[in-house]
Structure formats: structure tokens, C-alpha cells
Design a protein around this ligand. Structure first.
Ligand SMILES: Nc1nc2c(c(=O)[nH]1)N[C@@H](CNc1ccc(C(=O)N[C@@H](CCC(=O)N[C@@H](CCC(=O)N[C@@H](CCC(=O)O)C(=O)O)C(=O)O)C(=O)O)cc1)CN2
Ligand code: MET
Ligand SMILES: [Zn+2]
Length: 755
């Protein structure tokens, strides 16, 4: 059968490409479709134009067979669930289009698809969490023993055909079946102990059908992404890998199969994969090193990920070439690729005309990386055969000695704070941001463009602070926030006020759905030339007698959501940022703040994928946080906040942060985290309002969540708050939702204080 298979794997490729559009065209198309100002056809035609532009662009840059099916209207994990018809019953009810059987590929299933991602007025969405250790978020599929898999959406096939119609042959990219199931969670109501991986054979039926259809359409190669294989895997999971790829490779008519791995080393999964009949195997040689034993790879095409796919530094071409030559000598057939999909970097450095040239010359965005891959493939083709010692692995410096001054024991602090703050039981607070209105964004854009002056902008920011303070007072919240209207983003804002960072103009990267960030570029030593936040908090406090929380982003999160220099060990970089934030904590305290929140939503995100590396990380990450916050006096209450993640995995570390109050996302996942946090020994606010969905929770629903909280936490340590900041919501949604939160809390207070 292999003899019938066509061409070799292309010499140069990228594993994926950004999809939001070079000017965030998809973001705008999605948001205007959602708010009803444009039609489904408008959205679908934007999608088509973006796909065409991507394929043409990559082909023009020398990527002869660009990937397809890397486009998505929201998320590729959701696409996969949708393709397999793994649609929960509650979302099927959102069908408004052509009826059952309609896909995203042809647009008819879009309303169900978006209901799964975002919920509707009455239906809760699926959970959302971080894609491995990145700032991209995927939608978590729910799979049960009864999920009836079938090929419900032909998107991968339709995209390949669409590209071919344009005269471009592509390599369809699918999320691998094993990773898909490992990222899924058991549907509510599944029997105790059920894991989605048990459904592998049924999922493989559908994958087999797709591969056969792709072959029938003349597709040469398909890419199956299996990044889950770079984390620790059990023998059962490794056996599933073998079952999956032996089955798919055994199909009588199939494209050649390229299994890509990324975000780390395959480790024990490598010999398993390498002994299945797959045709090509992808290694991330940026976040991982070369496998110790290359002989296992002989006979396969090795797709060598030597161009960093998730940072923006230029590739060290000499080192990369040496690695490629070494590999070629030992395994035979080598292609050059990015280490992972380019989803995590911006499109094109050429758009950044305002960057400091000294920084700019060190950078490569997605398009520049495509060129690097092509350049390396040419260099490799010209390089004489023969061994070339691979460059030595970068030494991982030992983490610096943890340093912080301890605060007093929690009991002493709690007493000082209770005395000083005099908060009611079950205090209500929010996570920091209030809605970022169009007017605010427009004002900031006008300021940057020089159309308005600093003074006019500040007047508008102050008006916005006053608006949110008045609203919080009216609603009856207990600990207020200034609302962060002066911030474009909780990380970029700090980067713009610290030395050692550069920021981009158009360097947008998708975070989830239509939401994007411009990760700052941390290129030099970080320091704080001047105080940043205290004056806004002070202004907000001048408007109210309720306490206003100071609001800072923690050092781990600032670094996690930036592109970071690689010439210093990460713990050292984080230490520099921690020093700067410590200065902010001190300033806020001096300015009279009695409550200061230092957000660390990315604490879990940077957790190494391999358990062997986790303890060292947590130790320096926690140390950085404590260095930043331990300047607080006993009576100053330190809050921290985490979201988007399985906080349960890092509870011990969260405890180690030693914050007086921790607010965490919980409502979006229906309070499933609660049992795990019962042992938490300080103040805790599990979210009672899912702010990622436009829907307004009812007072009854919030009451249910508060009851669940009080079932595991004593009333004197429980806080009531949303899952996260409110910046993505409208004032209308926020006011209605928070009113229900207050009503629910008040109802609970009556109940808990009844004799
Ligand atoms: N960095 C980061 N990562 C994070 C989060 C976060 O808040 N920040 N939260 C979590 C979830 N991720 C999120 C990521 C982005 C957004 C978000 O709301 N992003 C905004 C952009 C924020 C921003 O930078 N805004 C700028 C630029 C706004 C803009 O689009 N301006 C217009 C012009 C304005 C106008 O005239 O209307 C333009 O440039 O075209 C500003 O406010 O100044 C968006 O996609 O819409 C929310 C959550 C996890 N990771
Ligand atoms: C992603 S965590 C967000 C925390 C920030 N203080 C906010 O409320 O937006
Ligand atoms: Zn959050």
C-alpha cells in the first residue's frame, strides 16, 4: 500500500498559522455577528477570505503545501468535538439553522457551535481552560459513555477542497484522537471512574472515515497533532496511542500520516509512536532536546521543529542547521518546521514600524518564521552529508535562592485586618476590571494617534472610575475597585510603564474566541522608573468611604503573558518583575490602600507539563510572589486571583502564596472545584458569576452556588465575587448580574443568621 502513496513530506513547513486575521478581521466579524449587526453570510465570507489569504501568503513565502483546517471560528478543540458530534443535549437545543446534521464548515450549525462556546440566554457554555502552558484557551468537550460519535461536520474535508479549488494543495491538520480525548472531560452524569479515553475506538471510527474521505479528495498528507504526549502519560494512555495509530495506518486508503508533538519532549511516547506505521513524526526541538536514541526514528520522516513557534526571537540558524544535519545523519529523512503552530505569535513583523530598531532586528513573527523554515531547508539541502555534533542543550541554571521577608502568621494578620476593615460577613467584591467601553477604547486610540491630549484622556478615565464607583455603591458591594479603565490590558499596561519592555502595535495573538492580546516583548532588565497605579486608586478612594482595592498584576503573570528574553534564566527575569511590583505594593500602602490585590492567573499556566519539573517551578514562582507582596503590613489585606485553570492542581502553591484572600474561577465549571478547596485555610472567594458568558445568572442560581460554597467553607472565611474581571462584559449585563449576586448573598445572610 505504501507504494501507492504519493509525494515526500515537504522540505519546509509550519505546523499552523494565526487565524484571527492580520488586522483582527475575524474578531470584528465574530463580534458583529454575535451582536446582530451582520449576517451569517458576512461571517462565513470573512472566514473564506482569511483562509484564502493565509494559504496564498504561506505559499508565497515558500511553504509549498501549507496546512489547512487550522482556521477556526472559535477554537480547534471545539471544532473537533463538533465534527465528531460530541454536542451536549443542552446545546443541541440552540439549533436555529437548517436542522440536525448541519456543520460549521457550511455554516448551518454555527448557532449550536457558538452556544457550546459562549452559552445562550438560558444555556450554560462548556468549560474553557488553558491550552497546555500557553495563554490560548480551548473549550473543554464533554464526553460520556453514551456520546454518539459520527462525522457531523466535514470542515477538514471542505477546507482542503476549498484550497484545492484555489489551486493550492494543503495538508489538513486534525487534533489527534488521543489528545482530543485526554483534553475532554467526563460528561455530567457519567458513571464514577469513567474516562473519555474509553471511547477511543468509537472516535477512531470517525477519524478513519475522515482519512478515507481526504484520500478520496487526493490529499497526500494529513497532520495529526498529539501535544498531550509530551506530558506524563500512563501505560493505558500510551497503549491508546498504539491502538490509534495502528488502526489509522491500517486503513486501505489513507493519506500519509504525520503525527506532530509539541510543547516538550515525547519521552516514553516516542518509542510507542515510532513503532507504529506512521509515516512522519514531529519533534519540538525548541522546548525539548533531541531524543537520546535516534535509531528508533529510522525509516520515518522526522519533521524537526527547530524554528521557535511560540516566541518572537529570530532563530539561531547555525545551531538549527547543525541540529538538522545531525538528525539527517542519524535518521535519514528530515524536514524543517516550526516547533509548534504559529497560532501563538503575531502575523508579520513588517507591520511594526514603530518598534525600536535595536529590538526589532532581534525579532521574527509568523511570516518571518515561515521564511526561516524555508531558509533552513535550503541550507540543509546544500549542506554536505555526514555527522555534525548537535549543539549542546542550553544549560538550565539552578533557580536562584528563594528570598522574601515573611509576613506575620495569618491569624495575627487576620485579626489586624478584621479590626481595621470591619467588613460584613460574606463580603462582596469584584475582580478588578469593569466594562471596557467602546468610548474608552476609542479615547485610548485617539490618545495614541495624538488626536486628543493626555489631559482629555485622563478626564475620561476619571469619569469612568467615578461611574463604576457609583455603580458599586448603588449595588451595595463591600470592597470596591476602581475598574481599571486606564489599562488596555492587565499585562500590557504594566509593560508600558516599566523599563525593559517593548510593545507592538499590531502584534495581536488570539487568547480565546474573538479575544486577543498583544504580548509585550521583555527584552532587557526590568525596572520601574516611576510609580504606576497608586494615583488611580487614590482617586477612586477619594470618591467613596468603602474600601477600594489596589489592583496589580503579579510577576509570574506579567512574564507568562509576554515574549521573554532567553539570555537570562526565567526565575531571574520573574525576580526583576517581582521587585517592580513590590514597589507598587509599597506605594499603594503608603497612599492609604488597606486592601491590595496582586493577580496571578497564570500561576498554573506556567506549571511544567512534566511532574518532575513542577516542584522547582512552584518554589521560585511562589517566592517571586511573596517577594512582591511581603512588604504589606499586617493590617493590609493582600488578595490574589486565579482563573481559567484547574486551580485544584496547584492548590498547595496557591496556599503558599500566603495571600489573605484568594478569589478563583468556579462558576463556569459549576462549582466543581469546591471539594478541593475545603481545606484552604485563609479567605477564599470561589466565583459565583461566570463572566465569560454574556448570560446573566439568576439570583436563584447564584444562591445555589453560595450554598455550595458554605457547605465547604466557614462563613467567616468565604467571599462572594465573580469568576474574573468584568472588562469583556457590558454595563447592562454587569449591573443585572451583580444585582442578583447581592440579592443572593443577602438571602444567604438571612438564612445563616436565622436562629
Ligand atoms: N494578556 C492577557 N492575557 C489574558 C487575560 C488578560 O486579561 N490579558 N485574561 C485571560 C483571558 N484572556 C483575555 C484576553 C484578552 C481579553 C480582551 O478583552 N482583549 C481585548 C483587547 C484588549 C486591548 O488590548 N485593548 C486595547 C486596544 C483596543 C482596540 O481594539 N482598539 C481599537 C481602536 C479602538 C476604537 O476606536 O474602538 C483598535 O486597535 O483597532 C485598548 O483597550 O486600548 C479584545 O480582544 O478586544 C480578555 C481576556 C487570560 N489571559
Ligand atoms: C485574567 S485575571 C483578570 C484580573 C484583573 N484584575 C481583571 O479584573 O480584569
Ligand atoms: Zn481572572
Amino acid at each position: 500500500m505504501t507504494a501507492a502513496l504519493p509525494t515526500d513530506f515537504p522540505a519546509a513547513t509550519v505546523l499552523g498559522y494565526p487565524r484571527i486575521g492580520p488586522r483582527r478581521e475575524l474578531k470584528r466579524a465574530l463580534e458583529s455577528y454575535w451582536n446582530g449587526t451582520t449576517t451569517r453570510d458576512d461571517l462565513l465570507s470573512t472566514g473564506r477570505r482569511l483562509r484564502e489569504a493565509t494559504w496564498r501568503r504561506l505559499a508565497g513565502l515558500g511553504i509549498a503545501v501549507p496546512p489547512s483546517n487550522t482556521f477556526s471560528y472559535y477554537d480547534h478543540v471545539l471544532d473537533t468535538a463538533f465534527m465528531l458530534d460530541a454536542v451536549p443535549d443542552r446545546h443541541r437545543a440552540a439549533e436555529t439553522g437548517a436542522g440536525a446534521g448541519a456543520g460549521v464548515g457550511d455554516g448551518d450549525g454555527l448557532d449550536v457551535y457558538f452556544a457550546m462556546a459562549r452559552g445562550t440566554g438560558t444555556i450554560a457554555p462548556l468549560r474553557m481552560t488553558k491550552w497546555f502552558d500557553t495563554n490560548y484557551h480551548y473549550i473543554v468537550p464533554e464526553i460520556g459513555p453514551e456520546t454518539a460519535f459520527r462525522l457531523a461536520d466535514e470542515k477538514p474535508i471542505l477546507e482542503a477542497v476549498e484550497a484545492r479549488t484555489l489551486g493550492i494543495a494543503t495538508r489538513p491538520v486534525l487534533l489527534g484522537p488521543v489528545t482530543f480525548l485526554l483534553l475532554s472531560e467526563a460528561a455530567p452524569g457519567s458513571p464514577e471512574g469513567f474516562t473519555p479515553l474509553e471511547r477511543l475506538n468509537d472516535v477512531l471510527d470517525v477519524y478513519a472515515q475522515i482519512l478515507e474521505s481526504l484520500a478520496a479528495e487526493g490529499v497526500d498528507w494529513v497532520q495529526l497533532d498529539e501535544p498531550a504526549l509530551v506530558a506524563d502519560r500512563t501505560p493505558v494512555e500510551l497503549a491508546a496511542v498504539r491502538v490509534a495509530y495502528e488502526r489509522l495506518c491500517g486503513l486501505p486508503d489513507r493519506p500519509r500520516i504525520f503525527v506532530s508533538s509539541y510543547f516538550g519532549e515525547l519521552g516514553e511516547a516516542l518509542p510507542v509512536l515510532a513503532t507504529t506505521p506512521i509515516d512522519a513524526i514531529g519533534l519540538d526541538l525548541v522546548s525539548g532536546g533531541l531524543p537520546a536514541d535516534l535509531s528508533a526514528l529510522r525509516g520515518k520522516t522526522v519533521v524537526a521543529g527547530v524554528v521557535p513557534g511560540r516566541n518572537i526571537w529570530r532563530t539561531h540558524l547555525d545551531d538549527a542547521l547543525n541540529t538538522l544535519r545531525h538528525l539527517r545523519h542519524h535518521v535519514g529523512t528530515v524536514s524543517v518546521s516550526t516547533s509548534c503552530s504559529l497560532l501563538h505569535v503575531p502575523y508579520d513583523l513588517d507591520q511594526e514600524t514603530e518598534l525600536d530598531p535595536a529590538v526589532r532586528e532581534r525579532l521574527a513573527f509568523a511570516d518571518q518564521k515561515a521564511v526561516e523554515v524555508q531558509t533552513l531547508a535550503n541550507l540543509l539541502a546544500q549542506a554536505p552529508a555526514g555527522d555534525m555534533p548537535a549543539p549542546p542543550a542550553r544549560p538550565t541554571a539552578p533557580a536562584p535562592e528563594a528570598r522574601w521577608d515573611d509576613r506575620s502568621p495569618y491569624a495575627a494578620r487576620a485579626a489586624a485586618q478584621a479590626e481595621h476593615l470591619r467588613l460584613p460577613p460574606l463580603p462582596i467584591t469584584t475582580i478588578g476590571s469593569f466594562p471596557q467601553t467602546g468610548d474608552l477604547r476609542a479615547a485610548r486610540a485617539a490618545l495614541v494617534a495624538g488626536e486628543i491630549g493626555e489631559e482629555q484622556y485622563e478626564t475620561q478615565v476619571k469619569a469612568e472610575i467615578e461611574r463604576s464607583i457609583r455603580l458599586q455603591e448603588k449595588l451595595g458591594l463591600d470592597v470596591l475597585v476602581h475598574g481599571e479603565p486606564e489599562r488596555n490590558d492587565m499585562v500590557q499596561y504594566f509593560a508600558e510603564h516599566l523599563d525593559g519592555f517593548a510593545v507592538s502595535r499590531h502584534g495581536w495573538v488570539q487568547s480565546y474566541g474573538s479575544r486577543c492580546t498583544r504580548p509585550p516583548i521583555l527584552h532587557g532588565d526590568v525596572s520601574r522608573p516611576a510609580p504606576i497605579t497608586a494615583r488611580w486608586t487614590r482617586y477612586a478612594q477619594s470618591l467613596t468611604s468603602k474600601p477600594v482595592k489596589g489592583m496589580l498584576t503579579g510577576p509570574v503573570t506579567i512574564v507568562a503573558w509576554s515574549f521573554v528574553r532567553e539570555d537570562l534564566p526565567l526565575p531571574e527575569v520573574v525576580g526583576q518583575v517581582a521587585d517592580a511590583i513590590r514597589g507598587e505594593v509599597a506605594d499603594l500602602q503608603d497612599a492609604g490602600s488597606t486592601i491590595i490585590q496582586v493577580d496571578e492567573p497564570a500561576l498554573r499556566e506556567l506549571l511544567p507539563l512534566r511532574s518532575a519539573d513542577q516542584a522547582a517551578y512552584l518554589s521560585w514562582a511562589v517566592a517571586a510572589y511573596r517577594h512582591a507582596t511581603s512588604v504589606a503590613a499586617d493590617r493590609t489585606q493582600i488578595h490574589t486571583h486565579l482563573c481559567y485553570s484547574n486551580a485544584a492542581q496547584v492548590l498547595e502553591a496557591i496556599d503558599g502564596l500566603d495571600a489573605d484572600v484568594t478569589t478563583i474561577e468556579s462558576a463556569r465549571s459549576g462549582g466543581r472545584i469546591l471539594p478541593a478547596v475545603a481545606s484552604f485555610s485563609r479567605g477564599l472567594g470561589p466565583g459565583v458569576y461566570d463572566i465569560h458568558s454574556p448570560r446573566v445568572p439568576s439570583a436563584d442560581e447564584v444562591t445555589g452556588l453560595i450554598e455550595a460554597i458554605l457547605a465547604v467553607l466557614p462563613v467567616d472565611r468565604a467571599w462572594i465575587n465573580p469568576d474574573c474581571g468584568l472588562k469583556t462584559r457590558t454595563y447592562e449585563q454587569v449591573e443585572a448580574s451583580l444585582a442578583n449576586v447581592v440579592a443572593a448573598r443577602d438571602r444567604m445572610l438571612v438564612l445563616t443568621q436565622a436562629p
